[in-house]
Design a protein around this ligand. Structure first.
Ligand code: SAM
Length: 243
């Protein structure tokens, strides 16, 4: 059965960013990923199909209206039994590669994309298992964060990436846990006077592997020393210490 994701959103068309393009589109076509949407607007009962409500305590901004959102969440959970329910929120735990790996091991996901100032706190307490943030900045809605999460998780599902190892070779993954990726090159061999590093043309796989690891360590040290600290805390291999 495909990995089932249900996105609860006022803007279901945004899901096309996943279903209509590239790797994730293929995952859907090949039955490895199923993405459904549930729109709280379809659960409204007033003539204007109202999905927002005024905040208690006053102030600017609206809050997602409770009744349609609750019904939408219940419908989403019913259609995706056993799924982990996640609210995308700047207040959540950061989305990391390790978090993506953990989520890919769930039976399925229900993702709640907020709008306006967010969701009534009691609804979160009652209906949501976990909150996830994609970074320390504020977006206008939870749809893009949810799509980011779905993309990161999809790449980890068995069979989604063509080449068996290619997820293992990205930044943060496999041998590169807590490391940034090494640089990549393709033709031409010389571009704007700059030649491709000679080692990559050598055909010596062991030398190439060492060179890539060294590049990854060097970049991480320059760009993201915080990551390297984390890797060091877990213990560097002898080879890495030499490099
Ligand atoms: N008042 C909320 C707060 O400060 O926590 C932010 C509301 S934001 C304008 C609207 C919605 O966008 C949120 O309900 C959430 O679903 C989503 N959102 C915004 N930034 C996000 C982020 N960094 N990560 C995940 N979701 C985010």
């Amino acid at each position: 059965a495909p990995f089932a994701v249900t996105l609860v959103t006022l803007f279901p068309d945004m899901a096309r960013a996943v279903t209509d393009f590239g790797v994730t589109r293929r995952a859907v076509e090949n039955g490895l990923l199923a993405l459904e949407t549930v729109n709280p607007r379809d659960f409204t009962e007033d003539r204007h199909r109202t999905v927002d409500d005024r905040p208690f305590g006053g102030g600017p901004g609206m809050v997602m209206k409770v009744a349609p959102l609750e019904k939408a969440l219940l419908a989403a959970r019913e259609g995706n039994p056993g799924a982990r329910v996640i609210y995308l929120s700047p207040q959540g735990q950061p989305l990391t590669q390790a978090k993506a790996v953990a989520l890919a091991a769930q039976p399925g996901l229900v993702l709640l994309a907020g709008r306006y100032e967010g969701v009534d706190e009691r609804l979160l307490d009652a209906q949501v298992d976990e909150q996830v943030s994609i970074g320390d900045y504020v977006l206008s809605g939870g749809e893009l964060p949810a799509l980011v999460l779905i993309d990161a998780v999809s790449r980890l599902l068995p069979g989604v990436l063509g080449h068996q190892d290619s997820a293992e070779q990205d930044s943060f993954s496999g041998e590169f846990e807590d490391l940034l990726d090494c640089p990549h090159y393709t033709r031409p061999e010389v571009y704007q006077g700059q030649a491709v590093p000679e080692v990559l043309l050598s055909g010596n796989h062991e030398r190439i592997r060492r060179w890539r690891l060294k590049q990854a360590l060097g970049r991480t040290w320059q760009q993201r020393p915080d990551l390297l600290e984390r890797r060091r805390a877990r213990g560097l291999s002898n080879e890495e210490q030499q490099l």
